[in-house]
Design a protein around this ligand. Structure first.
Ligand SMILES: [Zn+2]
Length: 457
């Protein structure tokens, strides 16, 4: 070994250390068995191996901002191509032009698979393109990338996912759509005993297209979105129950819903064997809406008068449960109650109704309901009288809450309802119904996921 300048020495010793992946520091020579050089092909073979195919070549293309990684795939010389329909080996026919598929970016560099698909002559299915295990139909994205994008799209918004991984919003949307369709096709609907039926508002306006009908499973062991469909009509709910299948409907023990008349009719005819409950969450929200209506009417009536100050910035304080209002807000609320304004009286009625849910006996609860409705009807506050009439006409369904003996809690319906609102707001920019439906199933459906050899997130 020449011992001239240190630069020369370094140059000469370079080949002996290159196998280690990096040059040794100082004069220290590495000892022991040399490790196998780790290159991208090794990683791919470990995490993304496809039987019948080999990674031939991996190279950089372009430079600067257009830098990309190309992964060239070749068929295994000793293995026949498979028919896409039956996945059985079939004799080759010819080869098509090269196609490319977007793969998960490696170190942030856009990465593509390149491959020339073969056509096979299957004795059963005729001539067709072979089965390509990383591809789904004509999509220009690998399955691994679709799973990758779909998983991130649950943590980030679709727009953020697209930006982070250098792809388009469309591409994220299609990946999530594929992921959801796969999940819906592979989910099982066993052990569905309790369902909640709800109407959700989305978008602007109050036209019938701005509502959705949703069906949740609200069993203790599994809470998820089962079905979502446009509008809130009888036909919409019938369509939803049909989508679940007759077996699921037959197995139902509890159905929770709002007092929305079209739903009540469908449940009475199609799921009469299940105990139908008008649940606490919906009744509470009706009461809250009534209080808010009274406040708004009174605000506009008192505009300009000193009493109006009492109602200023009271909306959220009035909608909260009394025991949750503290400090300054509480003093303000008490001030309002002393004034004998209709809003205060409506709030008191709403607050006393909360006691209803603490009963255990059906007959005591019925008595309470009767007395409460009597008081509300005499209150001369029209929104509260309307609520009382509504509660009276659905008394039996409301009392079913107590007949279910605590098997149905308030939590799941409310929780799922809130989550749906988060998703519909986030996806409001989509404007298309299908995109929002996909987002709802993706976030709340608890759908099974396609197996992938490696989880990138
Ligand atoms: Zn075939």
């Amino acid at each position: 070994m020449p011992t001239g300048s240190s630069g020369k020495k370094w140059k000469n010793s370079w080949p002996s250390v290159v196998g280690w992946g990096f040059p040794s520091v100082g004069n220290k020579q590495p000892t022991g068995r040399p490790a196998i050089q780790l290159n991208v092909k090794t990683i791919l073979n470990r995490i993304q191996h496809f039987a019948g195919f080999v990674y031939r070549e991996i190279r950089f293309r372009g430079r600067g901002s257009s830098l990309r990684i190309e992964i060239h795939v070749e068929p295994h010389a000793a293995m026949a191509a498979k028919c896409a329909d039956c996945q059985k080996p079939a004799p080759g026919y010819d080869r098509l032009a090269e196609r490319s598929w977007r793969f998960v970016p490696l170190w942030g560099i856009p990465t593509h698979f390149h491959y020339l698909p073969r056509r096979v002559d299957c004795p059963e299915h005729g001539i067709g393109v072979e089965h390509i295990p990383w591809s789904a139909g004509k999509r220009p994205v690998t399955l691994a990338m679709m799973v990758f994008l779909a998983r991130w799209a649950r943590r980030l918004s679709w727009r953020e996912t697209a930006r982070t991984f250098q792809t388009s919003w469309e591409s994220v949307y299609r990946s999530v759509d594929w992921f959801v369709q796969w999940g819906l096709a592979h989910r099982t609907l066993e052990q569905v005993k309790a369902i909640g039926i709800d109407e959700i508002h989305w978008g602007k306006g109050l036209r019938s297209e701005n509502f959705l009908t949703v069906i949740y499973q609200i069993d203790r062991h599994c809470r998820r979105l089962l079905w979502v469909g446009p509008r809130r009509t009888q036909a919409a709910l019938r369509c939803g129950l049909a989508a679940l299948g007759p077996e699921v409907v037959r197995g139902l023990r509890f159905v929770c819903s709002d007092m929305w008349q079209p739903y009540l009719r469908v449940i009475a005819t199609h799921a009469a064997h299940a105990l139908h409950i008008l649940d606490r969450f919906h009744i509470s929200s009706h009461l809250n809406q009534a209080v808010d209506q009274v406040r708004r009417a009174e605000c506009s009536r008192l505009r300009g008068r000193p009493q109006a100050a009492k109602l200023k910035r009271m909306r959220w304080k009035l909608l909260r449960r009394g025991s949750r209002v503290r400090g300054h807000a509480k003093r303000k609320l008490w001030g309002l109650l002393h004034t004998k304004l209709a809003t205060g009286r409506a709030w008191m009625l709403k607050e006393t109704f909360d006691h209803f849910w603490s009963y255990r006996s059906v007959s005591w609860a019925a008595t309470f309901l009767d007395v409460w409705c009597e008081r509300a009807l005499r209150s001369r506050i029209e929104p509260m009288r309307k609520i009382a009439r509504m509660l009276r006409s659905h008394e039996q369904l409301i009392l079913n809450w107590f007949r279910a003996k605590g098997e149905i809690s308030n939590g799941p319906v409310e929780g799922l309802n809130n989550k749906i609102r988060v998703v519909t707001r986030r996806s409001y920019g989509f404007r298309t119904y299908h995109a929002m439906e996909t987002a709802l199933y993706h976030n709340l459906g608890r759908l099974p996921e396609p197996e992938s050899t490696h989880r990138f997130c």
